[in-house]
Design a protein around this ligand. Structure first.
Ligand code: ATP
Ligand code: MG
Length: 417
């Protein structure tokens, strides 16, 4: 019987991996230019890392976590997101003591038990970044501007940066009351899920996709009318700094994030090309999270972007693959022995090259060069070995040049570069 992969867990095949490498490279370059360093965090954590921080009445904790007891009955969870893990590590390793402001980024798989569909999988990948130790609105604007710069570098346009402020605990208390009052007045129209969440987490109503709830949102009170003076000032500065950085944004006062730990600024980057899976990246400020992990009070802000969704948006006409530069078609034992050593020298000089393992016909070797999409083919047969020269063919122009075999490594390097 054939064994297949677990539902919602995907292979990233060789023809697709160049896109992943392209994205990772741009992320690294962009994030490094903003002073971020990489942190590599475990995939499995104690369940409490997420249960405690993300919030009990959230989709992730209520129904999406892959949790299991290990052989010693310790409850473990495959990480559903990165921020809580980074915070756990930040506190555990006293990263806060190293510098007043720490900027960290991570790459890697996340796991959520969701219904697999286009842009939604059970193992998916996020690239995330966090700034620790900055409460100032400049940090909010900088990180949002960085993510938009990253999307530009990747070649994506038509994305919208949506921003909102959830205020502080005080503002949210005021807002929750207003929202509960509004929703209680329309009890008969809200969905079962929201009725259940009304007490625990009424803000989730704004995130609800049920048609009846959607209609009610139009006249729902806005959180931006409930935020206190200090939170309003913060939000105003964030907008001013975004303007200063020429980063366009839209205010979306109905955007609440699926995680409980956010305060003040929250944001999402959305596309209109992926149907319901319209969020490519999301993040926000989480000034209280470090304390929840028994760390020192450390204001922080971060985001995570979904790599699979980003890949679905990439320009498919662009060539992301790094091709084999040179293929050596070698015929006859003497030429093959010579070529085997030659490719070794070229590879040591970072020229990507290939030859066949078996002494196939020239036609078959040329076909292989075609499959490899090699840019150049060096043809060396018995006659060439005798005459001390070889032919190099540019596969796109079909132009052929003859080379003497003396000093061939340097000549090829010059030709191929
Ligand atoms: P959604 O509303 O689409 O479920 P979310 O609010 O649960 O998204 P976050 O927890 O904020 O998502 O994660 C940040 C990003 O990770 C999302 O914007 C999305 O691009 C990506 N993402 C989240 N869940 C999945 C998934 N199951 N499969 C693929 N990508 C995902
Ligand atoms: Mg989700």
């Amino acid at each position: 019987m054939k064994i297949t992969a677990v539902k919602g867990f995907n292979d990233i095949l060789p023809e697709d991996s160049p896109k992943w490498q392209f994205i990772e490279k741009i992320a690294r370059n962009t994030f490094h230019s903003y002073g971020f360093s990489e942190i590599r965090i475990p995939i499995v954590e104690k369940t409490e890392v997420f249960a405690r921080s993300i919030g009990e009445a959230t989709d992730i904790v209520e129904k999406e976590m892959y949790s299991f007891p290990d052989r010693n009955d310790l409850s473990l969870t495959l990480r559903p997101e990165g921020t809580a893990v980074v915070v756990r590590s930040f506190v555990q390793n006293a990263i806060y003591a190293k510098k007043p402001v720490n900027k960290l980024y991570y790459f890697g798989p996340m796991f959520r038990y969701e219904r697999p569909q286009k842009g939604r999988y059970r193992q998916f990948h996020q690239i995330g970044a966090e700034i620790f130790g900055a409460a100032e609105p400049m940090a909010d604007a900088e990180i949002m501007s960085m993510i938009m710069r990253f999307f530009t570098e990747v070649g994506l346009t038509g994305l919208s940066l949506q921003i909102n402020s959830l205020g502080c605990d005080e503002c949210r208390k005021v807002y929750k009351e207003k929202l509960v009052e509004y929703l209680t007045g329309h009890k008969e129209n809200i969905c079962d899920n929201c009725t259940r969440r009304l007490k625990k987490n009424p803000l989730r109503f704004l995130d609800c996709k049920a048609a009846s709830c959607n209609e009610l949102k139009t006249n729902a009170p806005s959180i931006l009318d409930s935020i206190c003076g200090a939170c309003a000032d913060h939000f105003k500065s964030v907008k001013n700094y975004l303007d200063a950085l020429n980063t366009p944004y839209e205010i979306n006062d109905q955007m609440v994030r699926g995680l409980d730990y956010y305060s003040r600024t929250t944001f999402e980057v959305t596309t209109n090309m992926l149907g319901a899976q319209n969020a490519v990246a999301a993040g926000g400020r989480y000034d209280k999270l470090c304390e929840m992990f028994s760390g020192p009070k450390t204001p922080a802000i971060g985001f995570a972007l979904g790599v699979e969704r980003l890949i679905l948006l990439l320009d498919t006409s662009k060539d992301y693959e790094r091709k084999t530069k040179l293929f050596i078609a070698a015929l006859g034992q003497e030429a093959r022995d010579f070529s085997f050593k030659l490719i070794n020298q070229l590879r040591a000089k970072n020229i990507s090259c290939e030859m066949t393992y078996s002494d196939n016909s020239l036609k078959s070797q040329m076909r292989r060069a075609g499959k490899n999409e090699s840019q150049h083919v060096l043809i060396i047969g018995e006659d060439e070995m005798k005459s001390g020269s070889a032919i190099i063919r540019d596969m796109s122009t079909k132009e052929q040049t003859s080379f003497s075999l003396d000093d061939i490594t340097n000549k090829i390097m010059e030709y191929c570069s």
